[in-house]
Design a protein around this ligand. Structure first.
Ligand SMILES: C[S@@+](CC[C@H](N)C(=O)[O-])C[C@H]1O[C@@H](n2cnc3c(N)ncnc32)[C@H](O)[C@@H]1O
Length: 230
């Protein structure tokens, strides 16, 4: 595999506004009428509820191989974004390294995790997430020990799902653009993950790396799992 440039592959779009308001860091996308600010949130709202009620029966838990009586895997979330998957895995007991290459999204995520630290229930698990700024395709080969599991969740095509998701995705898209190099990242993940690669895809999208070992499906999103030994 060819070495990638150590620079970020895509400039951050400077028209998105990173601001501090109400004690948190937010991104506002100009020119998108009706779009409110977007921030990383782990304690309040739907994500907070989901984290407090997380169970091993969830699709992502099954996809990364969480099993009763088995030590939870070390997972590298190669596409951390607003950190919901990383947080869920951490709450479920995984040791998580989360990588985000957009400095603005990384800043939001760091801010959200810091605010969550004081939460007595979620703080201890979320405080264990190691957050890195950089291109996961460059950082993963440098990791020692190498990751057991790599999770890849590139920006999905805008298919006009629920309003809330659309708003967040639009705001993220303003900042990070499309992850057109997702296939390359998936290949790096497959080369370095010791146990498996898990790729999150829209339910109807084709697999990123050809036929997976198995799939864990949801209505809108599915996880393609590529086991190392196959
Ligand atoms: C769809 S979002 C991920 C959402 C995340 N799974 C969550 O639960 O919030 C994709 C994110 O991955 C980041 N990303 C894409 N390719 C990356 C790479 N090679 N290295 C690091 N971050 C990457 C993008 O900047 C974007 O923030």
């Amino acid at each position: 595999m060819e070495a990638r440039s150590p620079e970020f592959r895509r400039p951050v779009l400077k028209d998105s506004l990173l601001t501090r308001a109400q004690g948190r860091l937010e991104i506002r996308s100009p020119g998108e009428e009706g779009d409110g600010p977007v921030w990383a949130e782990f304690v309040e709202g739907r994500t907070g509820w989901r984290l407090r009620n997380a169970g091993r029966g969830q699709s992502i838990a099954r996809a990364v191989g969480l099993k009763k009586g088995k030590t939870p895997p070390r997972v590298v979330d190669a596409t951390a974004g607003l950190g919901r998957d990383a947080a869920l895995l951490a709450v479920l007991g995984c040791q998580v390294i989360a990588v985000e290459r957009s400095p603005e999204v990384h800043a939001l995520l760091l801010d959200g995790l810091r605010r969550a630290l004081v939460d007595p229930e979620l703080g201890p698990a979320l405080g264990g997430i190691e957050l890195l700024l950089g291109d996961a395709a460059l950082l993963i080969p440098e990791m020692d020990p190498g990751p057991e599991v790599v999770l890849v969740d590139p920006m999905h095509p805008d298919r006009g799902n629920r309003a809330k998701v659309r708003k967040e995705m639009r705001a993220l898209r303003h900042v990070v653009g499309e992850d057109t190099d997702a296939g390359e990242l998936a290949e790096v993940a497959r080369a370095w993950a010791r146990n498996r690669v898990v790729i999150k895809r829209p339910a109807k999208a084709p697999p990123l790396l050809g036929g997976p070992s198995f799939q864990v499906g949801g209505k809108t999103v599915r996880f393609d799992v590529y086991l190392r030994d196959e």
